[in-house]
Design a protein around this ligand. Structure first.
Ligand SMILES: [Zn+2]
Length: 628
């Protein structure tokens, strides 16, 4: 992708999103010596890459060092500051970004943007990260660009207003506006000046700047360009903050009318430039109208000693019903795992305002008994319970899940057991989750020649996906990378995993002729920081909970055909159902809540076997049924 003349390239053959931003000068000492133009250009591409990765489940920014240094270098203060501006102010830089130098390359490891990182005390949770909101409002006598949190609050307020759910508050609000408007009409001033046709050069305006009045002087050069820029910022600011007057041709400290000398401007063409600039402002409606920004332009003749000296321009802007942007917000994403795309205004607002509960929340609430006794008992964490049921973590012990599949695989393929053992041996304990194809489990295309895939979740190791091939295959690594990347992104977007994460990959080859000699093809060459490893049971459990949601995360019953199964046909009146074929061919695991009975079911299709347990006074049933 080209941004100006700096290019961002997505690196292929990696199990992670790796954005190559090209050559960058690193280290505060070296960056200080750079030309400002070059420094800003580098900063811009790093920030853009960071924003795109934050919004796309995380990844790695790869830079080639443009300077020589005989000692390891840090990023540089300007780059750090620019990255810090992307994340919530309550967070430290290393919560989202870690750096590591590797020979001539320098890597920034970017964690996924997560709204969970914001304080829980209020519900403002922007869902995406942006370099700029491109949303301006008036604050006192200034025009400010809203930060992400302010932008989110403003969008929410405008949406509520449009939906008229704020009836009372709104009438309060409009009362204040009307009172302010009255003020303006009476004492004054901007309105009277706006009505007049001529004014004396040097006249001191009888009112100061305010939230609804801004004074600007004409610049001496490139008048039209300058006016366009002013319009782009101030007109949305007034429209988003109850309307106002923009005076162009007034000295802001002394309030003296200076105008613009008539030799320097053509008032008609300037009016056209202004009208055109306003018509280009992107507007977003929560209401059902398609209203545009309403404004009037007034050109007032400025006289000096009874002669026409020049012109004063005033733009009066009405309050806007919804939201006016200066331009599309500056926010990027990696789409379809290969393109870096700038979001347009509609996509951005949709992402910001997405009010669907996250899948983990929906999952949790579906599994929660509706009539919890609110007073005394501890809330049972059903997500945790289900995870402990399906993927129990037991420190000090190795588990191969599902056991039946592992037994099948190891008896079918001689040498597999030894091969796997060699791989997992360096770690002391953990879980290995087998599937005949993790690709199929995640909705990807399966590959011929793959005996099985196994996901390793082990103590002091990063999650690692193994693809075991029957024979050597050059495309094995790509296949394994593709699954790993998809899995990682689903864990973040669907499973709500908020930790630092990269699923490493390793391709193994089991050739029966060479009796379990493994052929390791090149795996990820980027050395990730230690924080990408599982250091404790808690971290492993939250990973497995996210994994479980990804695997169980089908929201409807549609996947199921009840007539196939007599047990399921009785369950037509439950509200929601999570169904998934676990990575075991021919078996299904479901978690459901039956609406009119306080029963929570864990189903593992195998055989009929009811297990009842008591959870906070309610009956909970774990049931195994035969499926096919
Ligand atoms: Zn509207």
């Amino acid at each position: 992708m080209q941004i100006g003349d700096c290019s961002l390239v997505l690196q292929p053959s990696q199990p992670d999103l790796v954005l190559n931003v090209g050559r960058v000068t690193l280290g505060e000492e070296y960056r200080q010596k750079q030309q400002k133009f070059q420094r800003d250009k580098e900063k811009k591409k790093v920030v853009l890459a960071a924003c795109a990765l934050l919004n796309s489940g995380g990844g790695v920014i790869q830079m080639e060092m443009a300077n020589e240094a005989d000692h390891p270098l840090e990023l540089g203060l300007d780059l750090e500051q620019a990255l810090r501006e992307l994340i919530p102010s309550s967070d430290v830089l290393q919560a989202f970004f870690e750096t590591r130098q590797q020979g001539r390359f320098f890597h920034i490891f970017v964690k996924s943007w997560s709204n969970a990182a914001l304080p829980e005390d209020n519900c403002t949770k922007p869902r995406i990260c942006s370099v700029s909101s491109s949303l301006y409002r008036r604050s006192g006598t200034s025009t400010i660009c809203l930060d992400l949190r302010q932008a989110y609050d403003f969008l929410k307020t405008q949406k509520r207003k449009a939906q008229n759910t704020l009836l009372n508050e709104e009438s309060e609000h409009s009362k204040i506006l009307r009172a302010m408007h009255q003020d303006i009409m009476e004492s004054n001033s901007p309105f009277q000046v706006f009505q007049s046709n001529k004014i004396e050069y040097g006249h001191i305006l009888p009112f100061p700047e305010s939230h609804s009045v801004e004074f600007k002087q004409f610049s001496t050069q490139k008048t039209q360009e300058y006016v366009k820029r002013v319009i782009q910022e101030y007109i949305p600011a007034f429209a988003n903050t109850g309307g106002g007057y923009l005076f162009i041709g007034v000295h802001d400290k002394s309030r003296r009318v200076l105008g613009c000398a008539k030799e320097n401007i053509d008032p008609d063409s300037l009016q056209r430039v202004i009208a055109q600039a306003i018509s280009k402002l992107p507007v977003f409606h929560f209401c059902s109208t398609d209203a545009q920004v309403f404004y009037e332009i007034k050109v007032i003749d400025v006289f000096k000693n009874e002669n026409l000296y020049g012109y004063l321009i005033i733009v009066n802007v009405e309050p806007f019903c919804c939201v006016v942007f200066s331009e599309d917000p500056a926010s990027w994403m990696v789409k379809e795992q290969q393109k870096i795309v700038k979001l347009n205004m509609n996509e951005w607002v949709a992402k910001m305002m997405n009010t669907d509960p996250d899948l983990p929340e929906a999952f949790e609430s579906q599994l929660t008994l509706s009539d919890h006794p609110a007073y005394c008992r501890e809330q049972v964490n059903h997500k945790t319970q289900l995870q402990q049921h399906l993927f129990p973590v037991s420190p000090g012990r190795w588990q191969y899940i599902p056991e039946t599949l592992w037994m099948e695989l190891s008896s079918q393929h001689k040498g597999l057991e030894e091969l796997i053992h060699q791989q997992v041996h360096p770690a002391s304990w953990g879980i290995l989750i087998f599937s005949r194809s993790w690709a199929v489990d995640l909705g990807l295309e399966e590959k011929q020649g793959v005996l099985c895939d196994a996901l390793l979740i082990a103590h002091n190791r990063p999650p690692t996906l193994y693809t075991i091939l029957g024979d050597q295959d050059a495309e094995g690594q790509d296949y394994c990378n593709r699954i790993a990347l998809t899995l990682k992104q689903k864990l973040v977007t669907m499973g709500g995993y908020t930790g630092k994460l990269c699923v490493m990959t390793k391709v193994l080859c089991l050739n029966p002729n060479i009796n379990a000699v493994s052929l390791e093809m090149s795996s990820s060459q980027i050395h990730y920081p230690w924080s990408y490893n599982f250091v404790g049971t808690q971290q492993m459990e939250s990973f497995l909970q996210a994994l479980m949601i990804v695997l169980l995360g089908f929201r409807s019953l549609l996947r199921y055909q009840p007539e196939k199964n007599s047990y399921l046909s009785n369950f037509h009146h439950h509200s929601h159902l999570f169904v998934h074929d676990l990575p075991v061919s021919g078996k299904a695991t479901m978690a459901m809540k039956i609406r009119d009975r306080n029963i929570r079911l864990y189903m593992e299709a195998e055989e009929v076997e009811n297990v009842c347990e008591d959870v906070s006074g309610k009956t909970t049933m774990a049931m195994k049924i035969r499926e096919r």
